[in-house]
Design a protein around this ligand. Structure first.
Ligand code: MAN
Length: 358
């Protein structure tokens, strides 16, 4: 199996990104949506920021608030040495432990916005100086994460995690030029993530993977939903559950790259985490007319954290994708490495077919 990590990896790192505010630092540029736009490859990157700190043990997180009808950025500060009632062990989230056990998030450790990066060769990217879309208080007070782009005709539809203190929803946005973006609102209520919309109607309806997050019974798994108009989603069906065995996909699974059409069916690269939050990518092929029918699946990880840039970073041992392009018979997967960098891996379509036995 020939998995060709780009020799120039990582393609984008926090050092390449200008903070949206002089007080901020960029903690990560990762999990990006991908699109072909004219002679350019566009990455719509998730950029995570926090407030610069000189003092060890202090954390300050930007959030978006609305005051007197106007959005502004406020900050929430924590001092780990003093506020010992909170759990800081997960680099991504600050938790409060509940009296009955369990834990609830009191803040994320960063605020994410979305920013366009462009390239002619798909390897050397220039990221915009400023955010393309900043979160708004009414819909994304804790940030916009993990954008995924589906091109339908001339329109690029973008799904993303819309995070608020009341849960994570999935919202939809559209653009025709990656300059002007129009919000279309929430399409999946909390808690849901990882929505990938197929690029064409199947059986007269739009189809999307989504990943509801159950509480108590069952692990987060992949579901399929249908819609007549991209806004109203229903007919939910469980597609694939996280494995019940202890293994690479036992913690949770969810959509990754937007499904890619091939002459043999829909190629889907998804993510799976084990119970220690080690994130790998898996792959399967679906029937062209019946997306719930799997015609080939790899039972082992397709790509797993192996290199230093995937094992070490803001949150280590993570490879996570939101998009891939099929060009010249090669699948180019753009992915977030260790929650702070963007990388690319190429795999020839023929090798994928062989791997899947199709
Ligand atoms: C979650 C998401 C992703 C992130 C992974 C790993 O699934 O929030 O954005 O990359 O966790 O931290």
């Amino acid at each position: 199996m020939k998995i060709n990590r780009c020799t120039q990896n990582p393609l984008l790192t926090p050092a390449d990104v200008r903070p949206s505010n002089p007080r901020f630092q960029v903690d990560g540029v990762f999990n990006c949506g991908v699109a072909r736009y004219g002679d350019e490859i566009i990455l719509l990157c998730r950029v995570a920021e926090s407030v610069k700190q000189d003092e060890e043990g202090k954390i300050e997180i930007p959030i978006v608030v609305n005051e007197e009808g106007r959005d502004r950025i406020a900050t929430v500060a924590y001092d780990k040495r003093v506020q010992t009632q909170f759990d800081y062990s997960d680099n991504r989230t600050i938790f409060r432990t509940r009296p009955n056990g369990g834990r609830i998030a009191v803040n994320l450790t960063s605020l994410s916005h979305l920013r366009v990066a462009r390239s002619k060769d798909g390897i050397h990217f220039t990221i915009d100086e400023k955010p393309s879309i900043m979160p708004i208080a009414s819909q994304e007070s804790w940030g916009m994460e993990d954008p995924r782009i589906t091109q339908i005709g001339q329109v690029y539809y973008i799904t993303y995690s819309a995070v608020t203190e009341n849960g994570v929803c999935v919202s939809l946005m559209k653009t025709e030029d990656f300059t002007y973006f129009e919000r279309m609102g929430i399409i999946f209520g909390p808690e849901n993530k990882d929505v990938t919309i197929f690029p064409e109607k199947i059986g007269g309806q739009y189809v999307a993977f989504n990943r509801p997050v159950p509480f108590g019974i069952g692990n987060p798994s992949m579901w399929l939903a249908k819609s007549p108009d991209l806004l109203h989603w229903g007919e939910q069906e469980l597609f694939m559950a996280a494995s019940k065995e202890d293994g690479w996909d036992a913690g949770r699974i969810g959509g990754g790259a937007v499904p890619v059409k091939t002459e043999k069916g829909w190629l889907v690269v998804y993510h799976a985490a084990d119970e220690n939050d080690r994130y790998c990518l898996g792959i399967y092929l679906l029937d062209p007319e019946e997306p719930k029918k799997v015609i080939g699946k790899l039972d082992v990880p397709f790509i797993e954290p192996e290199t230093v840039y995937e094992k070490e970073g803001f949150f280590g041992n993570v490879v996570f994708t939101c998009g891939a392009l099929l060009e010249d018979e090669t699948l180019m997967i753009y992915y977030g490495a260790a929650d702070d960098k963007i990388c690319r891996v190429d795999v020839a379509l023929q090798d994928i077919y062989e791997m899947l036995g199709v």
